[in-house]
Write a protein that binds this ligand. Sequence first.
Ligand SMILES: Cc1cc2nc3c(=O)[nH]c(=O)nc-3n(C[C@H](O)[C@H](O)[C@H](O)COP(=O)(O)OP(=O)(O)OC[C@H]3O[C@@H](n4cnc5c(N)ncnc54)[C@H](O)[C@@H]3O)c2cc1C
Ligand code: SF4
Ligand code: SF4
Length: 398
Amino acid sequence: MKAIVDHQKCTACGVCVDVCPFEAITLKETLLEISDECTLCGMCVDTCEFQALSMPEVGSGAPVDLTAHKGIWVFAEWREGAVHKVSHELLSAGRKLADKKGIDLCAVLLGHALDSEISQELIAHGADVVYVVDHPQLTPFRDDTYSQALAELARRKKPEIILAGATSMGRSFIPRVAALLKTGLTADCTELDISDDGLLLQTRPAFGGNVMATIICPHSRPQMATVRPKVMKMERIPGHGGKVETVTLPESTFQSRIEVLEVLPERDQTAKLTEADVIVSGGRGLRKGEHFALIEEVARLFKGAVGASRGAVEEGWMPPSHQVGQTGRTVAPKLYVAVGIAGAIQHVVGMQGSKIIVAVNKDPQAPIFDIATYGVVADLFEFVPALVKKIKQEQGMV
Ligand SMILES: Cc1cc2nc3c(=O)[nH]c(=O)nc-3n(C[C@H](O)[C@H](O)[C@H](O)COP(=O)(O)OP(=O)(O)OC[C@H]3O[C@@H](n4cnc5c(N)ncnc54)[C@H](O)[C@@H]3O)c2cc1C
Ligand code: SF4
Ligand code: SF4
């Protein structure tokens, strides 16, 4: 699909050509053409004073009865018997949204023979209701059984909003759920709120992170969003009460075309990076891959993990699993040390939730200083060895 031109109205003035950020509009003599590069961003529509441009109609069939949908759901992801932290973080965020709207917050637990403690933990993090679907085909995780079960449950209970973690599991099956329910999905939201007219405001970086876009889903239900781990703050609510409801779905829901042969434990450093209390990250300012030894030494002294900017990853100095930022990992450690990193918005969105940010950069105008708790304007090759020496002295190592 692409933007539609009404050639009867188009005067070939050419104004819209320069407006399109994707260079999707061309004027061939007097004929305006829109190519497949069009992303339906809509920016050209308002610039045409002759109302010659419009967006195609989306959606099909009868309009959805919006009033029939109630409640906010959080998909409760679990592994090895424990709920993933992102689900608790989303319950905390969902609690605020549910209170603002005056509706229930529900957690959805899919699995087989799960410990009842899991449901109690979900309630303690804010859930009013925990829907449990228990079936042998729901362990281990499979894209098809999970998406069919969540979609079927949503068809029956009609939630207004579904939130899920942008984890490897969420990224894999939540888009299928949105497709089965014929609704939209906003991935990797960094902020969620409720508008004055009750819609979910889903904010996320757009246009390569250069703008923050707030997306709404006014015509279909449920409104669906994913959020990466550590973006929302987790809060336990002592004494919060809730109920557990086991739901039985038709056998056909659990038919799978996937056979899981073996489940292998994760081997890369990614988990370490997202869980670390201290992260020391290096950027292109390090000039060579070998110089990452400086970063690794500081990280070792702080018992932390090593991160990297995309600049450093693109140079081949660090594997992509260490990349922090919009297309890397979102982290929120107690201490984040950015060394030789400029502070591009795409990096900042992945680490701005850190409690203390220390930036080392020789350029006093570097944007990283706008978000740093402590800024050190210095040549990293002088500062970092001096820092290492000082830490070793403090730790009684020299
Ligand atoms: C769609 C998209 C997604 C992206 N996703 C990410 C992402 O997930 N993560 C990410 O990091 N980037 C991402 N980027 C790239 C981002 O825009 C930047 O290009 C990248 O972060 C730059 O990396 P850098 O800061 O290491 O390098 P540079 O921009 O080259 O900055 C190097 C910095 O080091 C400083 N410096 C140089 N020498 C020294 C020295 N001797 N001592 C002290 N300081 C020194 C310089 O002053 C400079 O500020 C993305 C871009 C796009 C378009
Ligand atoms: S701005 Fe409107 S009238 Fe001008 S070229 Fe574009 S579509 Fe045609
Ligand atoms: S809708 Fe956006 S991408 Fe499509 S032609 Fe218009 S400005 Fe370009």
